[in-house]
Design a protein. Structure first.
Length: 145
């Protein structure tokens, strides 16, 4: 079954706890951090201008990513929390979610950056490494090419 893909600026209206449940399955150690961050993004929408990209399959959130104003500067967007449920991987959902975020970044006419420990995945989608972010954890900083 092909997932329904959509973008929204109000995560709570569409998913309830579905996205937090997905994060808990993908990154169990980060579920509480995710919930806290999402509450901050909702409480301060005017600052972060969040855009949530979601994939839904049979009524369940199977993919998620977040685009937001960077905490470093107001002329840059950051993509974070890109996750696809393990049972739904290798179907193009991650690529499609990132595509929704890239489209929103283009609409806003701002550069997009992200940090990751799997730069090769993003490089296949047109991103390029611009530096090391956390060498001890093998994280890299990437931007759209």
């Amino acid at each position: 079954m092909k997932p329904k893909l959509y973008g929204t600026d109000r995560l709570d209206e569409y998913t309830g706890d579905g996205s937090a449940g997905l994060i808990a399955e993908v990154w169990p150690d980060f579920a509480d951090l995710f919930r806290r961050e999402m509450s901050v993004y909702h409480a301060h929408r005017d600052v972060f201008e969040p855009h949530f990209a979601l994939a839904e399959t049979a009524g369940k959130i199977t993919g998620f990513s977040l685009l937001m104003e960077s905490m470093m500067t107001t002329d840059l967007l950051t993509m974070a929390w890109v996750a696809v449920h393990p049972e739904h991987r290798r179907q193009g959902i991650g690529r499609d979610l990132i595509g929704l975020c890239r489209d929103e970044a283009r609409r806003r006419a701002k550069p997009l950056v992200l940090t990751t420990s799997v730069p090769q995945f993003y490089q296949k989608l047109g991103f390029r490494i611009i530096g090391e972010y956390d060498p001890a954890r093998n994280h890299f900083l990437l931007t759209m090419a």
